[in-house]
Design a binder for this molecule. Structure first.
Ligand SMILES: Nc1ncnc2c1ncn2[C@@H]1O[C@H](COP(=O)(O)OP(=O)(O)OP(=O)(O)O)[C@@H](O)[C@H]1O
Length: 248
């Protein structure tokens, strides 16, 4: 069962005297997809890392459902239902797609019926990897490999899935392929998703709600359609602040 995530006044500092996030507030409704956009260096990836427990949280609260998780270590956060799919490629290329997916359920590997059910669920969700379960993951396209990573992140039945720039470095064709499948994931309403993305238009097309960050703080937020309607002004604002590497 997935849960809402509530973030209150979150602060993150990689080094003690340089705060990258300076009091972020955010609400991601249960089973919704919330996109996080903003100019380069705004702190989007840092926010996901703070929630996953792999960047040092120096203040604020993170509630997943009824549970406070900001003081838990990364492994404990996985136990609390947090699944983080990092931007960097993390597929095991020498292993088959199926073996990669099984790793996602490692903590409950003895419960074979549950594991097979979860793998079947993920295979049904991600049409473009289902035909390739027995192939070496390293032989798949870049987009399909990213989908294997996302599916692996889902196998463990998380309550919260964190997707950090899933289309970074992919060709436009692969970006569209990945987003077709992320749209199906969203429509399944089976997990709460926080998505960080530089391909802003794809992110807005799939999101329920959108948060815009700038310089480690909340800039603006709203339903995806509303943010899409005023995107030009939002991006102009980024440009005037510090320039942007946004792709659209
Ligand atoms: N491990 C780290 N140690 C120190 N500073 C870091 C580290 N990771 C990121 N930063 C800094 O934190 C700031 C925010 O980076 P972050 O990657 O969160 O931004 P972002 O909004 O995701 O940007 P982009 O879209 O370019 O990935 C940047 O100034 C970056 O240099």
């Amino acid at each position: 069962m997935s849960e809402a995530i509530t973030i209150k006044g979150l602060r993150v500092a990689y080094e003690s005297d340089i705060e990258i996030l300076r009091g972020i507030d955010m609400l991601g409704g249960a089973n919704t997809l919330t996109a996080i956009i903003g100019p380069n260096g705004a702190g989007k990836s840092t926010l996901l890392k703070g929630v996953a427990g792999v960047a040092p949280v120096t203040g604020g609260e993170i509630h997943l459902g009824g549970q406070r998780i900001e003081a838990l270590n990364p492994a404990q956060r996985v136990g609390a239902g947090v699944s983080f799919v990092p931007q960097e490629a993390s597929v095991f290329g020498q292993m088959t797609v199926l073996e990669n997916l099984r790793l996602g359920g490692w903590h409950r590997r003895k419960d074979k019926a549950w594991l097979e059910r979860r793998i079947a669920f993920c295979g049904d969700l991600f049409h473009s990897i289902k035909p390739h379960l027995e192939r070496r993951a390293g032989d798949l396209s870049g987009g399909q490999q990213k989908l294997v990573e996302i599916a692996r992140g889902l196998v463990g039945e998380p309550r919260l899935l964190l997707l950090d720039e899933p289309t970074a470095g992919l060709s436009p064709v692969m970006v569209r392929e990945v987003y077709r499948e992320i749209a199906r994931l969203k429509e399944s309403r089976s997990v709460t998703v926080l998505l960080v993305e530089q391909n802003v238009r794809e992110a807005l097309a799939v999101a329920d709600h959108v948060y815009v960050l700038a310089m480690g703080q909340n800039d603006t937020d709203g339903p995806a359609a509303e943010i899409a309607g005023r995107l030009d002004g939002i991006v102009r604002n980024w440009m005037s602040r510090e320039g942007s590497g946004m792709a659209s």
